[in-house]
Design a protein around this ligand. Structure first.
Ligand code: G
Ligand code: G
Ligand code: MN
Ligand code: NA
Length: 250
């Protein structure tokens, strides 16, 4: 596949970068961190969406090397931000199941000097597809390192509620598909409320994804959601954009 060859080349030639989307804490009323989102600056095609290249990277196994690069890059960037601010890094199931994953995290933390509590690892429900024993061990290991763990795209995948009880998540990210209708659809609002209440009872935080307007924000606030992420507050920013935002905030 041409794209696979292009991805290999991109990794070697430094065509990937990370943009960072702010996550805004509704209770503290300030930014609590940023989600790192991979971008591919293709020499001919311009900016290629991760929705297009991540699946190819996963099929080819290249996601392991790309993810290692992203983990190092994100930690290296986050060390420059004021201390409590966290960085959230997306980790695909294939990368997570790769035996070297915990070592990659250890190395990225050591090399950057980032406090492990400032690293949040975002995984999706797809990690549960293949046996939960090793998955649970790895999650505990990452926790023991001091990292936080977020369950991304919650409600769209395969998870059973029992996983929420047995796995050490710090946060549930409420999928955009529920957030879109939270202000005007009683069904979507009920689902969001149920997720927020369940998370609270299990001592987990919640981040609503894809928040685009103030009606959605008001609904999420009244439901007790901990934090929001979306175009309403900010699009993903370049590292320069992050620096500007943090400077304006002081
Ligand atoms: O940035 P946004 O545009 O379009 O991202 C699209 C999808 O790509 C999201 O589902 C996001 O989780 C995923 N994604 C973005 N960056 C990374 C990354 O570094 N690693 C993995 N595995 N997925 C990523
Ligand atoms: O799957 P994941 O949550 O990691 O992906 C985040 C994706 O959502 C990125 O592609 C990001 O650019 C996109 N995104 C972030 N905020 C919004 C938003 O408010 N609206 C829409 N439509 N997409 C968003
Ligand atoms: Mn994510
Ligand atoms: Na998500």
């Amino acid at each position: 596949r041409q794209m696979e060859l292009d991805l290999r080349e991109a990794l070697h030639n430094g065509q990937f970068r990370l943009d960072y989307q702010p996550i805004f804490d509704l209770k503290a009323d300030r930014i609590c961190g940023f989600e790192a989102l991979m971008r591919w600056e293709h020499p001919r095609r311009g900016l290629v969406s991760p929705a297009e290249f991540i699946p190819v990277a996963e099929e080819s196994g290249l996601i392991v090397a790309m993810g290692e690069w992203a983990m190092h890059e994100a930690c290296r960037e986050a060390i420059r931000w004021p201390d409590p601010l966290r960085v959230a890094v997306n980790v695909s199931a294939i990368q997570f199941r790769n035996s070297g994953f915990a070592d990659i995290v250890v190395q990225a933390l050591a090399r950057s000097g980032l406090d492990p509590h400032r690293l949040e690892i975002e995984i999706t429900e797809s990690i549960f597809l293949e046996g939960s024993g090793p998955t649970l061990d790895l999650l505990h290991k990452l926790h023991a390192l001091g990292c936080r763990i977020a369950l991304d795209d919650f409600g769209t995948g395969y998870s059973s509620l029992s996983y929420l009880r047995s796995f050490p998540f710090d946060k549930i990210k409420i999928d955009r598909s529920f957030v879109i209708n939270v202000a005007d659809d009683v069904g979507a609002a009920a689902i969001v409320r149920a997720i927020v209440d369940l998370a609270g009872a299990l001592d987990m935080e919640t981040t609503a994804e894809g928040v685009e307007d103030s009606e959605q924000l008001a609904a999420l606030r009244s439901q007790g959601c901990s934090s929001i992420q979306g175009f309403l507050f900010s699009r993903p920013l370049t590292t320069e954009g992050v620096a500007r935002l943090l400077k304006d905030q002081r």
